[in-house]
Design a protein around this ligand. Structure first.
Ligand code: PFF
Length: 445
């Protein structure tokens, strides 16, 4: 169990991979990515997303995990240490900003995760014959948010307070393969429906005229950072729970590949599903934009499941239950950021820290529920397109510049012996910050 003096850790490399993949794979992949892709021209978005993932998000993930792993501390202390004596306070402050980012993420994420829980239960109640309750559960309402967001927060807290190994590693290791199998099965089904082909074409054939659109690039970049959980310290804290001396490059690459593959599959399911619904007479787009934005898949997917006949309800239940669990493994990692900070730096007990942070998250998410139209989209946008990329820029500067000035993080021995790593170091030092700055300038003007 973690305390101020003894740190808990993952018991194996695979434990880290599963927990980190659990953090990465979540609503961002299955709800965020397809919605964004459908809204931003399908194939063009997919193309830019893949490019940005390879050029920027992957190196940022490496930098984040590296800092945590070298420091073996929570993100606030890790960044302070990584910045050396001269920039100690800057590092600390950046860590605190990341911590706020984690709470921001949780404030909207727990709401959407609540929708998933409600839809899973809706299928279950319909199966049992309680049609009124089932309809209420599948219809979006403020009351439903007020009930299900706290339920989700409590679920997440009850896993977190048990600690890293018992709680996180075990949960993350079980359900990922089931989710993957389910996605594949659903894709096979949807591709046989009328209208699906148009969706596949829109998704897989990029319109290259659109790929230089700054709005598309910034959305794809935000989505890529969000999907890989970069920039709020979630991956840093997991990196710190792994013993030093691992081949981080390989670990990071496998996490990113898995995450991107799941997002790709989700797009291959949802975008054709939108076209199948359109073919069946449902209005889906106005002016190339999804009607109802992020809410739409919650009406498209249940009608898809309903079209499957008697087994559809069971599929619906399993799908939304799996999504709830995928969301849980993601909220666990961002809750762990402030919790680890309070436990290690403020000597709070793990249990207390967990419930304190959960209360803060509850207040934040209820504020979003109260001012939903004004705040929900705004918080997502500020977090993914401003805060996360800026934090990534900071990681690049720490690992690429401050790191080279001989502070404790420098693992020169590895650097000098390993040519590939040295080249990668140069890429992080020069190219990544420049690329990010170019994207920012492009968007601003
Ligand atoms: N990567 C998660 C997803 O795609 O759903 C979201 C996320 C988790 C973001 C953890 C940030 C974080 F620290």
């Amino acid at each position: 169990m973690s305390s101020a003096t003894t740190r808990d850790s993952f018991h194996s490399r695979i434990g880290f991979i599963l927990a980190a993949a659990g953090s990465a794979i979540g609503l961002g992949n299955i709800w965020g990515f397809p919605t964004q892709a459908a809204n931003n021209g399908g194939g063009a978005f997919l193309f830019v997303y893949l490019v940005v993932t390879v050029l920027l998000a992957l190196p940022a993930l490496y930098a984040e995990v590296y800092i945590g792993n070298q420091a073996q501390k929570n993100p606030v202390s890790a960044l302070a240490q990584a910045c050396g004596e001269r920039f100690h306070n800057t590092g600390r402050n950046a860590g605190i900003i990341g911590l706020f980012g984690a709470v921001m993420m949780l404030s909207f994420y727990t709401i959407v995760a609540g929708w998933m829980l409600a839809h899973a239960l809706s299928a279950l109640f319909e199966l049992l014959g309680f049609i009124d309750i089932s309809v209420w559960l599948s219809t979006s309402s403020t009351l439903r948010n007020i009930v299900f967001t706290p339920i989700f927060i409590i679920l997440s807290a009850s896993i977190i307070h048990r600690g890293v190994h018992a709680g996180i590693e075990r949960w993350s290791s079980r359900l990922m393969p089931v989710l993957l199998a389910m996605l594949v099965g659903l894709i096979v089904y949807i591709l046989q429906q009328d209208g699906a082909q148009a969706g596949v074409a829109l998704y897989l054939i990029p319109d290259f005229a659109q790929v230089t659109n700054p709005k598309l690039i910034i959305s794809a970049m935000g989505q890529a950072f969000f999907s890989l959980s970069i920039g709020v310290g979630g991956m840093m804290v997991y990196g710190s729970y792994m013993k030093k001396g691992q081949d981080l490059g390989k670990l990071v690459l496998s996490i990113a590949a898995l995450d991107t593959f799941i997002a790709f599959l989700a797009g291959l399911l949802i975008i054709p599903a939108l076209f199948v619904a359109q073919h069946a007479g449902q209005e889906v787009f106005t002016d190339g934009h999804l009607i109802g934005e992020g809410q739409l898949i919650f009406s498209i997917l249940p009608s898809l499941f309903a079209s499957m006949g008697s087994g559809g309800l069971f599929v619906s239940f399993s799908f939304f239950a799996l999504l709830s669990i995928a969301a849980l493994t993601s909220t666990i990692s961002s809750t762990e950021v402030p919790v680890a900070y309070l436990v290690e730096d403020k000597s709070m007990s793990r249990k207390r820290a967990t419930w304190l942070i959960s209360t803060v998250v509850l207040v934040a998410s209820m504020t979003l529920v109260a001012f939903f139209d004004m705040l929900f989209g705004l918080v997502i946008q500020v977090l993914t397109t401003i805060l996360q990329p800026l934090m990534s820029l900071f990681y690049f500067l720490v690992v690429g510049w401050i790191w080279q000035r001989g502070n404790k993080l420098t693992d020169m021995a590895i650097l000098q012996k390993n040519f590939k790593l040295k080249l990668f170091g140069l890429y992080l030092r020069y190219i990544c910050p420049i690329l990010l700055i170019i994207v920012f300038i492009n968007v601003a003007f």
